[in-house]
Write a protein that binds this ligand. Structure first.
Ligand code: ASP
Length: 441
């Protein structure tokens, strides 16, 4: 039975549920798509850019409460947004749900309980309005002591949600190892959607949001035409994500990519546009070697040089150890003959750099060990690069040169699907624009 039918998850972001009209469109979308068996909502988000979301107000409530201040204004804001939505949709039970929020806060419920109520109330309301079964995620999503997802959740999801019913499961939270409510990081409903998709082995994870899909570059940087990427692989998506093109929460694709469940990112108010598919494999389109270009600055790197490094097997481990022990999590180590370049996010430097360098000098005894700051990079991504690296390079480097962009190095990732060019932090945006013009149009 199950094999003949498609079982899809549709996750709606906060923007798509921020007011009555948008929520109505989300519900219409679900009603028109019988393959959607599982709906995962965020709490109501911002109506206009820069507005605070329900979750922001709920966090403000916990802060005010914990410091003994009045939280009434924030509670009023939550009530107003939810009542507006309920009135528009003719939902009769909202006043009661908001009443229990107020009582819970007054009776000393935990911060996580309060912060998760945007999703909790939204889920209950949508379940009733759509006539789907509402499942509270504390029943099926569990966290380990260290806050990571407990893999046993997949089994719980599978047994609780199997069958042919249709369900609404609130995003963003679950149950911690101590039996109390716990949330994912901010924007974490994306992760809930992915975890549900994996648990029920969905045919597709639809992520409905305020944007058309994954674009070929950040539109705030490339003001001319960015292109909507119709299809890209998980690997390409990760490379673009690492280069600053962020569409979904970064932990979203891990549960689904490893088992090959495709993700469809699409605009919740444009049901006719198909958005972007993120898949395990795709055919390479001739003439479309590069699909996207990202980049970011604010990177620092340790550059260590010692003759004989290439023959010394444990040396890279020792260097990485020294750096990581000081609390720095590294992006990539790059090795060349007798040289190791370790790059990481510069924000992590809190004054420990001199000690790291001193330790490296003492233990490794290099010819030189230097720290460089304010490095940036751009990443040219597309699986077509694997076959056509020369063609891409012939277009890329002259374009950078024409735009007077100096680069301090370049490399290609081991998978071969991207070319990374290192430039000064303050040249990143110009470099992205120049490369985009030359390679994508
Ligand atoms: N409402 C939560 C937040 O604002 C989770 C989410 O929207 O994904 O972070």
């Amino acid at each position: 039975m199950r094999n003949q039918e498609r079982y899809e998850v549709a996750k709606f972001g906060g923007w798509s549920l921020a007011n009555g009209e948008r929520t109505k469109s989300a519900m219409d979308y679900v009603s028109a798509n019988p393959d959607v068996h599982y709906v995962v909502p965020s709490g109501p988000g911002s109506v206009n850019d820069g507005d605070r979301k329900v979750t922001d107000h709920l966090i403000d409530i916990t802060k005010a409460k914990n410091s003994g201040r009045s939280y009434q204004v924030y509670l009023d804001a939550v009530n107003a947004q939810f009542m507006g939505i309920a009135d528009f949709l003719g939902y009769y039970d909202m006043a009661r749900l908001l009443g229990s929020l107020e009582v819970g806060i007054a009776n000393g419920q935990s911060d996580a309980w309060i912060i998760s109520r945007g999703e909790a109330i939204e889920g209950k309301m949508l379940g009733e309005l759509l006539d789907f079964r509402f499942v509270d995620p504390t029943e099926i999503i569990r966290f380990r002591k260290n806050g990571q997802l407990d893999e046993r959740s997949y089994g719980l999801i599978h047994s609780r949600l199997k069958g042919r019913d249709r369900f609404v499961i609130s995003g963003f939270y679950g149950l911690g190892a101590d039996g109390q409510i716990m949330t994912f990081p901010r924007d974490g409903s994306d992760i809930t959607g992915a975890v549900i998709a994996r648990g029920i082995n969905a045919s597709l994870y639809q992520n409905l949001t305020s944007i058309d899909g994954v674009l070929s570059a950040d539109p705030r940087i490339v003001r001319e035409k960015t292109r909507l990427i119709e299809k890209l692989t998980f690997e390409e998506y990760r490379e673009l994500g690492n280069a600053g093109i962020k569409v979904l929460h970064r932990d979203t694709i891990i549960p689904v990519a490893n088992v090959g469940i495709p993700i469809n990112v699409r605009h919740s108010l444009k049901p006719e546009s198909r958005g972007t598919m993120v898949v395990s494999k795709r055919p390479t389109v001739e003439g479309e070697d590069v699909i996207g270009i990202g980049g970011r600055g604010g990177i620092a790197s340790f550059n260590i040089h010692k003759f004989g490094m290439s023959e010394d097997k444990g040396i890279a481990d020792r260097i990485l150890n020294i750096i990581q022990r000081s609390g720095i999590s590294i992006d990539y180590p790059l090795a060349e003959t007798d040289r190791l370049l370790v790059t990481f996010n510069q924000e992590q430097l809190t004054g420990q750099e001199d000690e790291i360098l001193a330790k490296i000098r003492r233990i490794i005894k290099p010819l030189s060990a230097e720290l460089r700051k304010n490095v940036g990079f751009i990443s040219i991504v597309g699986q077509g690069i694997r076959e056509n690296r020369e063609r891409v390079s012939r277009m890329l480097f002259p374009a950078l040169d024409d735009a007077s962009i100096k680069f301090s190095g370049f490399t290609s990732t081991p998978s071969g699907i991207s070319i990374v060019v290192f430039v000064d932090s303050n040249m990143v945006d110009d470099a992205i624009r120049a490369a985009h013009r030359a390679l994508i149009g």
